[in-house]
Design a protein around this ligand. Sequence first.
Ligand SMILES: NC(=O)c1ccc[n+]([C@@H]2O[C@H](COP(=O)([O-])OP(=O)(O)OC[C@H]3O[C@@H](n4cnc5c(N)ncnc54)[C@H](O)[C@@H]3O)[C@@H](O)[C@H]2O)c1
Length: 335
Amino acid sequence: MDICLTCIIFLGCGVYLLVQMIRFIFADADFTLLWAARFGSKPGNIRTLFSSVAEKQLINDKRIVYFTIVAAIRENEISWESSPCPPHTHSVHSITIKKDILVLPLDLLDRASHPAKARAVLQHFSNVDVLINNGGRSQRSLCVDTDMEVYQGLMDLNYLGTVSVTKQVLPHMTRHGSGIIATVSSISGLAAAPLSTGYCASKHALQGFFNTLRSELTDYPDISVIMICPGPVVSQIVQNAFTEQPDKPVSSAGDQMHKMTTERCVCLILAGLSNRVKEMWIAQQPFLLMFYLWQYAPTLAWYMTNMLGKKRVQNFKAGLDADSAYFTKAKVKTT
Ligand SMILES: NC(=O)c1ccc[n+]([C@@H]2O[C@H](COP(=O)([O-])OP(=O)(O)OC[C@H]3O[C@@H](n4cnc5c(N)ncnc54)[C@H](O)[C@@H]3O)[C@@H](O)[C@H]2O)c1
């Protein structure tokens, strides 16, 4: 009887794994980005194909209104006229401000200003095709040490600021009957990330909000609600993160070598937007594996996250860089 039960369990696990493998290999729309992210480093591959599609649909044919990504564009100097698939290195291009690009500074925290910002955009373009909610801040602090003001700040910026801008754009999209609302969430919107309780909560809140919004918009099949969930990507996110007090800066950002380049992440995001992928998981291994574990094997994910989290917290308490110490042996002293 025991042997029979064991056989059934093993058979069940085998079938389950096979189904997941088939689902992954013959990627449906929601898995294409995963596929592209995994094999994207080889030339002439599926990523190049997708990004040329993305470029055609999003950059040439549609006006993109970036509310909060403007500063990021300035910082990273990504050209709108760059090749379909930007190189993996940080190449520097100059930005050409064309007539169809409107730079409109926006403070996500100043919610009272959002209606006027939306009106200015509509006056300029008469419509919004794509809204990308990108602005946000992360966190590097232990829950026990963190002031409530930090939690308030994270929710105000990452969650309520994003909801506020979305609510300004949504009526125009429903009137027009089409559009894309894309929100940069995170792996932290789906999984736990030690030292980021407030950040994780704000990104989980976004996931809940937009997944529900999508289900409310079934009368508008041409409006896509898209969640972008990157793993670690090179940016200023650690330098700009909240610590245990609202005004205390992070002492050092540490090594970013293990992270995906900004250009590659942007390229994959454009590919996903063009294919209207509902939820994009964009990460290099071993981070991509964590998405899978949290989605398909939560018990294993909890175990792994506790194991890695313990090390991360220990390193953080010892003053070592928590990020680069997550999966590799920490060598960088932050002070
Ligand atoms: N870099 C990563 O590893 C990573 C991973 C997952 C998700 N993300 C998400 O990507 C998004 C972009 O972050 P990033 O990595 O480029 O970090 P970043 O710190 O380099 O950029 C954050 C951006 O948010 C903007 N911002 C901050 N406060 C704002 C405010 N009050 N109003 C308007 N804009 C504001 C900044 O101007 C900046 O352009 C964030 O939502 C972040 O949570 C980043």
